[in-house]
Design a protein around this ligand. Structure first.
Ligand code: BTN
Length: 320
């Protein structure tokens, strides 16, 4: 993707109309090059309006993340060396796994549609075209596998904060891997690990976010999407969200490597939606009802079950 397209996109994102000549002068290129780049952006899904004597402006953002925006992100990233862009795939988790040998360092795989998207506990994750964001991030921390619980806590904070900043919503974290808005799930992530002798070789973290209304996603009444929750006067700008998400992942991944959970515990707690509620907790072999009291400095939930016993929950499914 040419740098010119990226530069023109930046100019089009300013609030006013801008003429082809002004863009050509500012970027020191010909009018024809500007025109070609604008057509290229239109093909990528940007709705660019042109008005005689006024010039161009960006009318609507595409309903999907654009390749140009991803290019900009990877170039400016302190962590990721590559971002793979796919129109459709079975699952970005599978794609990301397959690249572990051939691709070094940290990278991201983004797809506009998944035909076999999956969630935690092998549940399906509905991933219709142009409805959500589906991505997998690969990181190679070289730390003991037991640290993965802490990783989830840092990533959930990165995701929840990015949603709020980009869309002006108030999201909350449902321990361990879900993001909710007003008691409905808007996003979830799945953390898979490749390890050797209990040391992590790679983390493959798959993130799914419901963006636009889609019956396949919200049919059960337990899920929501950004389009339903955002202030109607506000635009859904996926490029901007992706920028904020990648930035937050960079920041919180660095903190995960260098800091204990206690450094984000208060921030995390202020976003948690599970405290002081009676919830159904399902661990590997049993289900029980308990009230969530706190989260300890290691990131384990402290819950009080109906027999009055305090338990420490490491990994579980929680129903609100
Ligand atoms: C969950 O809430 O159960 C986790 C959902 C994770 C879905 C994402 S979408 C991108 C990546 N690819 C997948 O197949 N799953 C994850």
């Amino acid at each position: 993707m040419s740098n010119l397209k990226q530069e023109i996109l930046k100019l089009l994102k300013s609030d006013r109309f801008i003429s082809g000549q002004e863009m050509a002068d500012r970027l020191k290129v010909s009018r024809t090059s500007v025109w070609k780049s604008i057509n290229g952006l239109k093909t990528e899904g940007y709705s660019i309006e042109s008005v005689t004597k006024k010039g161009y402006h960006l009318k609507e953002h595409p309903r999907y993340i654009s390749p140009t925006a991803l290019k900009v992100l990877v170039e400016g990233s302190s962590l990721f060396t590559r971002m793979e862009y796919l129109e459709t795939t079975e699952s970005t988790q599978i794609e990301a796994m397959q690249k572990l040998e051939s691709q070094e360092g940290a990278y991201v795989v983004v797809a506009l549609e998944q035909t076999k998207g999956r969630g935690r506990f092998s549940r399906p994750w509905a991933s219709p075209k142009n409805s959500g964001l589906y991505l997998s991030i690969v990181l190679r921390p070289n730390i003991p596998i037991t640290e993965i619980i802490r990783f989830n806590l840092f990533i959930s904070l990165a995701l929840s904060e990015a949603l709020d900043a980009a869309f002006g919503v108030e999201s909350g974290i449902k321990w361990p891997n879900d993001i909710y808005i007003k008691n409905k799930k808007v996003s979830g992530f799945l953390t898979e690990v490749v390890s050797e002798s209990n040391v992590i070789n790679a983390i493959i973290c798959g993130i799914g976010i419901n963006i636009y209304k889609n019956e396949d996603v919200t049919a059960l009444g337990t899920a929501t999407d950004i389009e339903s929750e955002i202030d109607p006067d506000r635009e859904i700008d996926l490029d901007d969200f992706m920028k904020k998400l990648i930035h937050n992942i960079e920041v919180y991944y660095d903190r995960f490597i260098n800091e204990p959970f206690s450094s984000i515990r208060e921030e995390w707690k202020s976003r948690s939606i599970v405290f002081n509620k009676k919830l159904k907790i399902t661990e590997t072999n049993e289900s029980y009802v308990a009230k969530v009291l706190d989260i300890d400095s290691d990131g384990f939930l402290e819950v009080l079950d109906e027999a009055g016993e305090i338990r420490r929950v490491v990994s579980a499914d929680i129903e609100l």
